[in-house]
Design a protein around this ligand. Structure first.
Ligand code: PLP
Length: 282
């Protein structure tokens, strides 16, 4: 078994966030963009975007699901890095997902330098950066495993593999069958073939997005200590837990080389230590 340590790509813009932001940010780097995006109070994506904005000298604005006054260590970091944070209701948040223009209604000023990034940074342009991780591998393993939230990271890996290997996506949220369509749409919109060499595991979410029952937390603690590999309950904990279950069920062939992608996200785990705060949402 192998682990691709994308969590080590950058100290702050880590894991799949680095990959997904790379080409959208590069496309605008000399055009003085103001980046606008959305996420929950513990969003890894907003955290990475705030850091990238501070590094690049670009203003950043976030529409966060929650009530005004809501606090989290993630949002504290974002504000400290200069990100302008506004809160939106659950209904408005849903609209932001469904209508790619809805964000405009939530900002006082919008000009043609304001550039929208969808939830998780999961635009079709994000796939190209993710695809590059495949070229960094010393070999093409028989199986690649990755945690799925929006499906963009999995779609990017499929793009990089160009039909090779088998990808297993672990959906971290409930009722995730719709992700198959999202993955197909992202591949199409990004100009890639409709790769099918993947499967989506939809029953390894441990109760839903951001849910971390005691057994999962314990697994994360034990795994982190035993393997000297930090994981957290929202994404990578569910990934490695599912991988262990699959191994026990002999779901892999004897000669299969299995590679798990560590997509980072350790900053989001701070939410679990702060019991007085609401759990992570996005
Ligand atoms: C640490 C981490 N791993 C995996 C994922 C899932 O990535 P995607 O939304 O591209 O499926 C996310 C969310 O974007 C994440 O923050």
């Amino acid at each position: 078994m192998w682990v691709k340590r994308d969590d080590l790509l950058h100290p702050e813009v880590s894991g799949n966030k680095f990959r997904k932001l790379k080409y959208p940010l590069l496309a605008w780097q000399d055009r003085h963009p103001t980046w606008v995006s959305m996420g929950g109070p513990w969003s890894n994506h907003l955290h990475a975007l705030a850091h990238a904005g501070a590094l690049g000298g670009w203003p950043t604005k976030a529409l966060v699901r929650g009530a005004p006054g809501m606090q989290s260590a993630t949002l504290d970091d974002c504000r400290r890095l200069g990100m302008q944070v506004s809160f939106v209701s659950r209904d408005d948040y849903r609209q932001l997902r469904e209508d790619p223009q809805a964000w405009r209604r939530h900002l006082d000023t919008v000009d043609d330098k304001h550039v929208w990034l969808p939830e998780g940074g999961s635009s079709p342009q994000a796939l190209r950066g993710v695809a590059e991780l495949v070229d960094e591998l010393p070999f093409i393993p028989e199986v690649i495993m990755v945690a799925c939230g929006t499906g963009a990271t999995l779609a990017g890996i499929l793009a990089g593999l160009r039909g090779r290997s088998r990808v297993v996506g672990i959906a971290v949220l409930k009722n995730a069958d719709y992700l198959r369509q999202e993955i197909a749409d992202l591949l199409l919109q990004a100009g890639y073939p409709a790769y099918q060499n993947y499967e989506l595991i939809t029953d390894a979410h441990h109760g839903g997005y951001g849910k971390a029952p005691p057994e999962l937390r314990q697994f994360c603690r034990e795994f982190s200590a035993a393997c000297d590999l930090p994981i957290e309950p929202v994404y990578t904990g569910k990934l490695f837990h599912a991988l262990k279950k699959m191994q026990q069920a002999q779901a892999f062939g004897d000669d299969d080389r299995v590679l798990a992608i560590h997509t980072g996200g350790m900053q989001g785990a701070r939410g679990f230590a702060e019991a007085s705060l609401i759990p992570p949402q996005v």
